[in-house]
Design a protein. Structure first.
Lengths: 238, 274, 234
């Protein structure tokens, strides 16, 4: 294995939009292994924090530092959005796309894409237009398209928020398998059951700050703050 | 991007297929000459005798002179004596050679509201139109025909610049478009005879006055000077001139008729060049 | 009304009798306009993509300029090209005036802003949905433009066809730079202008009907090709 991009260090990182502070100032370190789940009420900054780490948002203050320069580090990351973006291409072309932009040979990229399509159950739909897939199929495709580049770090922003139970279970299976292969997963979800099933540790966000950070079992059994307690008990947290 | 190379191939084949190989020259001619249909008879004969492709640019006399000055054609065939003399004097043309003449006619609605059909002279006919303020359409495009019309008004003691737009309308267009306008307005208009006879949208307009010698319209051929524009095909232009004044060409011109009417009188050998 | 019927009959006979002159000017119209559309698209589509993807200093001004150029009268373009290509002009030595090449150049200038402007709109919309994905995948600007052009190709074909429609029906500019020379630069539109000038309205209308039929045929052919090429994509 070549040099790792982890740990990721945030130093006083701040994101502001329209005069409002969305994130930070935040200083955190994301270590090299695990399945970290970001939780917190709506508007607590989960999506923005993931985007900031991945480089889709630029810090207004402070810094976000990987162990390699940003451009090289980005090559070892992948991001799955809450609403999957389907390119106007076939299934196999969509999955193969990230390999193609990395300059991989077409035959090999398409063979890899076909292999991934089999894994996510779209092996018979390679030449189908990706835009007409169901919501669950689209998100599975997006996960396959992220994993095909063998990222060291995989970001997922509420990937199953709009999906039914079957698709959710399939995606969780793919993610656990990826974790077993050594992929570092950073995922936002507001779904408590999903967090219990998947998380090795939890980062609880509140008003743009890390309010509580703990191993999963510890967080669910003995939450330390009033906000996380009421969040876990299903109350509205403002 | 996979279609890139076939597309480029297509572009190149399209671009290069436009090249022409035979001997050819470009001659700017006036609309009146081209509308007569005489060129359709002459060009195949020229091709047969000289092996020369003559490409005609059909424009007004003003634009023909302009193209000649710019060196964009090899010769011009026009009918505006003063402008031609200036053109030669300024050195753009090597000389002018008279080829033939036709005549202008005054056309108007069949009802002839100004009563010009009884006029004896052209200036008298025009004066009647001005007195009656009957609608008149002028070319208004600085063409040979337009210049001729302006000169005729002056011989009638009139100045077109002072005419009221309520009856004197400048079309600013070629002969065909002007005739279309005049027929549409039941207006009087001056045209060369050939253009009118060939014109297919006559309505109930007709020739109301013709025959006055002042209406004769001399065509001259002017090769462009090689001293002004080195790329000019002067030898081919001279060959064409010799052919146009030959007995064969002059006979073709003299025997060309539309509906039984002779249009052109060849006079190359009567007058010669200057 | 009589002229209209005459025109239809005239168009029918011209086609049915395999009139050699007609086929010649139809082919020349296609040759000039198709070449112009291909070259203009090769300039305008990447330009539209670049305007959508890149944020550069004079981007707004460039877009405004493109929109303004769309309204440029073809006659002005014709005069401009004439002055450039005239023997007394800067490119006179090339001897391009009164050739199909001159007509192609004029048409390129007329339709490039139109195609670029429509392409920019289409690509901008697609870029809005692809933005995060392509940034996340660390694509280069060049890759983004290529991807957007390829994935927006349906809309871009429409943009090019709009250019084709404007070019094939254009008469003012190509009359000036082409000269409407028989067997050399005469195309459908200049022939129509010529016949109108001769007062032969039925022949002019007949040619007009053929021009419309040609434009429709080209549109249908392009749509048919682009649909069969990838039936599953859209």
């Amino acid at each position: 294995m070549v040099a790792s991009i982890l740990p990721l260090t945030l130093t006083d990182a701040t994101v502001r939009k329209g005069g409002k502070t969305i994130i930070g100032p935040m200083s955190e370190t994301i270590g090299p292994s695990g399945f970290t789940i970001f939780m917190g009420p709506n508007g607590s900054g989960k999506t923005t924090l993931l985007r900031l780490m991945h480089g889709l948002e630029h810090p207004r203050g402070g810094s976000v530092t990987w162990q390699l320069p940003a451009a090289q580090a980005r090559m070892k990351q992948a991001f799955v959005f809450q609403t999957p973006v389907m390119m106007r291409r076939t299934v196999v072309e969509n999955i193969a796309y990230p390999l193609r932009v990395r300059g991989e040979a077409k035959n090999w990229a398409y063979a890899e894409a076909a292999r991934w399509a089999d894994i996510i159950g779209l092996g018979n739909a390679l030449e189908q237009n990706a835009e007409v897939l169901s919501g669950g199929e689209k998100q599975k495709l997006a996960v396959a398209r992220a994993l095909i580049v063998q990222p060291e770090v995989l970001f997922l922003d509420e990937p199953t928020a709009n999906l039914d139970g079957k698709a959710t279970r399939e995606i969780e299976g793919i993610l656990l398998a990826a974790q077993a292969d050594g992929v570092r997963i950073l995922m936002a979800t507001h779904h408590l059951g999903q967090a219990r099933r998947l998380a090795s540790d939890i980062i609880f966000l509140y008003q743009g700050q890390v309010h509580e950070r703990a191993a999963a079992e510890e967080f669910f059994n003995t939450p330390r703050t009033p906000e996380s307690k009421s969040f876990l008990s299903g109350d509205i947290v403002e | 991007m996979r279609y890139f190379s076939p597309l480029m191939g297509l572009i190149f084949s399209l671009a290069f297929s436009t090249a022409s190989l035979a001997d050819d020259i470009k001659v700017a001619v006036t609309t009146s000459f081209h509308n007569s249909g005489l060129s359709d008879i002459l060009l195949p004969e020229i091709k047969k005798d000289l092996g020369l492709d003559v490409h005609l640019l059909v424009v007004g006399t003003g634009q023909a002179l302009k193209l000649g000055r710019a060196g964009d054609v090899d010769a011009i065939l026009v009918h505006s004596r003063n402008a031609e003399d200036t053109f030669v004097a300024e050195g753009y043309g090597t000389h002018r050679r008279e080829i033939m003449y036709n005549d202008f006619v005054i056309i108007g609605p069949g009802s002839d509201p100004a009563g010009i059909s009884t006029a004896e002279k052209a200036n008298e006919a025009l004066a009647k139109i001005a007195d009656a303020e009957a609608i008149f359409v002028s070319r208004g495009d600085d063409s040979g025909t337009h210049r001729k019309e302006t000169a005729l008004w002056q011989t009638a003691g009139q100045n077109p610049e002072g005419f009221d737009v309520s009856w004197y309308r400048e079309a600013g267009a070629g002969m065909g478009a002007t005739l279309n306008t005049a027929v549409g307005m039941d207006a009087y208009v001056i045209s060369d005879r050939a253009s009118w006879l060939k014109f297919k949208n006559k309505g109930d307009s007709k020739i109301l006055f013709s025959g006055d010698p002042v209406l004769f319209n001399q065509y001259a051929y002017l090769p462009i000077s090689k001293e002004k524009h080195a790329h000019t095909k002067d030898e081919l232009a001279l060959q064409l001139e010799e052919w146009l004044v030959s007995k064969k060409a002059q006979d073709i011109i003299g025997s060309y008729t539309i509906g039984g009417e002779t249009l052109f009188t060849p006079n190359a050998n009567a007058s010669g060049g200057t | 009304m009589r002229d209209l019927w005459q025109g239809m009959i005239e168009a029918f006979w011209l086609i049915a009798s395999f009139n050699a002159d007609l086929y010649e000017i139809v082919l020349r119209s296609l040759q000039v306009t198709v070449t112009a559309v291909i070259i203009a698209s090769a300039i305008a589509l990447p330009l539209g993509a670049a305007l959508a993807v890149n944020r550069f200093r004079y981007r707004r001004a460039t877009i405004s300029l493109l929109n303004a150029l769309m309204g440029l009268p073809p006659v002005v373009v014709g005069l401009f090209v004439y002055i450039l290509l005239s023997r007394s002009g800067p490119f006179g030595v090339l001897g391009l005036l009164f050739t199909p090449t001159a007509m192609i150049i004029a048409q390129i200038i007329i339709i490039t802003p139109l195609i670029a402007s429509i392409a920019h709109q289409a690509i901008r919309d697609l870029w809005a949905s692809y933005h995060d994905l392509l940034i996340s995948m660390n694509t280069t600007k060049w890759q983004r433009m290529r991807t957007l052009i390829w994935d927006a190709r349906r809309s871009l074909i429409t943009a090019s066809l709009a250019g084709f429609g404007r070019a094939i029906g254009e008469v003012g500019a190509i009359m000036i730079v082409g000269g409407n020379i028989d067997h050399l630069t005469r195309v459908l539109t200049t022939a129509i202008a010529l016949e109108t000038g001769k007062g032969d309205f039925s022949l002019a209308l007949g040619l007009g009907f053929i021009l419309i039929a040609l434009a429709i045929a080209v549109n249908m052919a392009i749509h048919a090709i682009s649909r069969t090429e990838r039936a599953s994509t859209w």
